[in-house]
Design a protein around this ligand. Structure first.
Ligand code: AMP
Ligand code: MG
Length: 414
């Protein structure tokens, strides 16, 4: 990262895909892990492969309430077998199923020795001390095989997987009380701008409340990061330098908002470059054009734009994958998108990738999308009222009502 900060508007231009990839290529997972009780590990990222210590299920067992039999005994249209016992889930039948015999069996009960097939109860008719069963269409039917879910010695979950509800259940099914996870990355963030007021005091003339620290708190917390809120820092080089230096001593990454364009009071990239290394780009994205990325010691620096919507769009579209990688996630989560007709006209010039915010709705059984109101890059209501990004590629021009557009529903962090 030796690029000198560039002057004026001459910063190198990157596509959204290139910018996302550049961050991803640079960032590596945090070092350090801890053992946690599995419930506490919810949302965390596994730091080691988990090998199944035994087969799951541990035994062949019945998938149905019914009768455990030998398939070879059920050749005729109707077959009478002698009932010799019952197998319960948690109460195995200790005997053996011999030729011409059947054992009544409950779902989850261990398949008795000798039996190879289960006939479901609904197909059976009890008669005296026997049972009448139809022909078996498929030997082995309604039996769950030992190791069918997880085979002993095989990886049940790979390192890099986030622990969700299903993973918790799977860990429990292996009898594991604790699990090794990556430590949580610590992310420091601060807002920059002389016009910013913190909530809790009245606004002075020309001031606006700082909202970016709250949206960043929201997305970072949902990601499962340890967050370090460093407040508002004035557009003052000495104060900014202090903030970067202090934050870098504590955090794995620093996110700043504002002060990254080419105005008089935009010091961020210059200071990042002075203290550490920096790359500065003009990204072909709307909203969110300028962005700085760098490193200060062992700490990653992300200088986001100031406009509140641009913060969330550039965070989500450019920075997020790098933070996933910092957490140790592998593979990165997919972001499904699909094409739907758009009801709203959208003005767009070819050149930049644009992410207007949309609302998905159904009309006559078909999914459609419309714009979520005023799309100004400072208008947070375009995010709060939305549930998806409308992703308009670089070469796209205006959208007319009824045109197909790509939509990307907000994922678990927005
Ligand atoms: P800047 O990139 O610093 O020039 O900021 C661009 C615009 O975003 C200006 O209108 C700022 O007032 C606004 N802005 C910057 N930071 C914040 C913030 N933390 N909260 C709300 N608005 C902000
Ligand atoms: Mg500013």
């Amino acid at each position: 990262m030796s690029d000198k900060p560039e002057c004026g508007g001459k910063a190198p231009a990157l596509s959204v895909a290139q910018a996302r990839q550049a961050l991803l290529d640079a960032v590596t997972p945090v070092v350090g892990w801890e053992m946690l009780p599995i419930r506490t590990a919810l949302g965390r990222v596994l730091s080691r492969d988990l090998v199944a210590p035994f087969d799951v299920p541990a035994h062949d067992n019945s998938a149905m309430d019914g009768f455990a039999v030998r398939a070879a005994d059920l050749k005729a249209e109707e077959n009478r077998l002698e009932l010799v016992g019952t197998a319960y889930a948690g109460g195995a039948f200790s005997g053996q199923v011999g030729p011409g015999q059947a054992v009544r069996i409950m779902t989850g009960a261990v398949l008795p020795r000798g039996a190879d097939t289960v006939v479901m109860q609904e197909a059976a008719r009890l008669e005296g001390d026997g049972v009448i069963l139809p022909a078996v269409s498929r030997p082995g039917q309604n039996v769950r095989r030992a190791g069918e879910d997880l085979a002993a010695g095989r990886a049940a979950l790979l390192a890099g997987r986030r622990v969700g509800p299903a993973e918790l259940g799977l860990l429990a099914s292996l009898g594991l009380a604790e699990v090794a996870v990556h430590r949580r990355p610590r992310i420091a963030f601060f807002s920059t701008g002389d016009e910013l007021a913190s909530i809790g005091r009245p606004l002075g003339p020309g001031e606006v409340y700082d909202s970016n620290r709250y949206t960043l708190y929201g997305v970072l917390s949902r990601l499962g990061m340890e967050v370090l809120d460093l407040g508002v820092v004035r557009d003052d080089p000495a104060a900014l330098e202090r903030a970067f230096t202090e934050a870098a001593a504590e955090a794995d990454a620093i996110l700043t908002t504002g002060g990254v364009s080419v105005g008089e009071a935009d010091y961020i990239r210059e200071i990042m470059g002075r203290l550490g290394e920096v790359r500065f780009w003009r990204i072909d994205i709307k909203p969110g054009r300028p962005m700085a990325f760098g490193r200060l010691g062992d700490t990653w620096l992300f200088g986001l734009p100031g406009n509140p919507v641009a913060v969330l769009v550039s965070f989500y579209q450019i920075v997020l994958d790098a933070l996933y990688r910092l957490q140790g996630l592998d593979p990165l989560p997919v972001r499904p998108s699909f094409r739907v007709p758009c009801d709203s006209p959208i003005r767009k010039l070819p050149g930049r990738r644009e992410f207007p915010r949309g609302v998905l709705f159904q009309a006559e059984g078909e999914w459609r999308v419309r714009l979520s109101g005023n799309q100004g890059s400072g208008v947070l209501r375009s995010m709060t009222d939305a549930d998806c990004f409308i992703c308009l590629p670089e070469d796209r021009g205006n959208v007319s009502p009824g045109d197909l557009v790509e939509v990307e529903p907000f994922g678990r962090v927005l």
